[in-house]
Ligand binder design. Structure first.
Ligand SMILES: Cc1cc2nc3c(=O)[nH]c(=O)nc-3n(C[C@H](O)[C@H](O)[C@H](O)COP(=O)(O)O)c2cc1C
Length: 273
């Protein structure tokens, strides 16, 4: 199949999915010699428009795993913001060393419904946004080499085909419910309504958090206040230059402790070609 252009398209609050999608796309660009373009739709401004693709485009499309699926606040835009136009797509998800559960299946199904032809997919273990004790240091050099391997295998699969292959089959069920986070007591940890807090003694009021929030939820007039939902993505926590952002919600803290107790064993990446 003729490929003219490679795209890295992603939503990535704490930067892991960006690294993975970019590396897979770089792999395709190196093999094909095609130009590569990036579309980062993490921030609200990038989601004010729609993006259209066409035959001859190859789109590496990345989202993280949230509660075993694609982030629910991003899902409506995944469905409405992109026109596949017959472009080839490689869905990739990242996950924080628990499980990607159904996120890749959901992303692949949404991309097919958008009009892309999914040809391969990958799930990559990366440092958990909630804790450096889970998959710290990942994606590592080894993981990034697997990104290039995914590009190589996917390209070999389609290079001599005249028409797009059947949609890629991946593990998981696109219609499965969300994973219910547990606390250390094994009971559901209900932290949906928890919002990030600000240590006002440390906060310099620089406003970086306002710019970083993928939901545009931090009040630019008073960064301790919220004007929209907090999705617990950790973009502001990890990006605050003074370390002033934190969560003190008991259920959230208990969930993180449960993850650190049970999910530190190394998880492998899975490639579907
Ligand atoms: C709200 C939330 C829910 C998450 N749920 C899961 C999960 O169900 N399974 C898992 O292994 N990791 C989970 N993670 C970890 C992320 O999938 C992981 O850190 C991912 O690489 C973050 O991507 P990003 O750096 O591109 O934002 C979750 C992270 C957040 C913030």
């Amino acid at each position: 199949m003729k490929i003219n252009k490679i795209y890295a398209v992603y939503w990535s609050a704490s930067g892991n999915t960006k690294k993975i999608a970019e590396k897979v796309a770089e792999g395709f660009a190196a093999i094909t010699g095609c130009p590569k373009e990036t579309i980062d739709f993490t921030l609200p401004a990038a989601r004010e428009k729609n993006y259209e693709f066409k035959e001859g485009d190859l789109v590496v499309f990345g989202t993280p795993t949230y509660a075993g699926k694609t982030p629910n606040k991003v899902l409506p835009y995944l469905k409405s913001g992109f026109v596949g136009g017959g472009a080839l797509a490689v869905p990739v998800v990242t996950f924080g060393n628990r499980s990607f559960d159904n996120s890749l299946a959901e992303l692949a199904a949404v991309l097919e419904a958008d009009g892309f032809h999914t040809i391969a997919g990958g799930a990559f273990a990366c440092r958990h946004a909630f804790s450096d004790k889970l998959a710290d240091g990942r994606p590592s050099a080894e993981d990034l080499a697997e990104c290039e391997l995914l590009a190589e295998k996917a390209y070999n699969k389609i290079k001599d085909l005249d028409v797009a292959p059947e949609p890629i089959k991946v593990d998981g069920d696109a219609d499965a419910p969300y994973y219910v986070p547990k606390g250390t007591d094994g009971q559901p940890a209900k932290f949906l309504k928890a919002t990030v807090r600000t240590d006002e003694e440390i906060c310099s009021g620089c406003g970086d958090c306002v710019e970083l929030c993928p939901m545009g939820s931090i009040d630019p007039m008073d960064v301790t206040k919220h004007i929209g939902p907090c999705i617990k993505c950790q973009a502001c926590v990890r990006g605050c230059p003074t370390g002033a952002k934190y969560f003190d919600d008991a259920a959230f803290i208990s969930h993180v402790a449960m993850l650190e107790m049970n999910f530190t064993d190394r998880k492998e990446n899975t490639l579907f070609v």
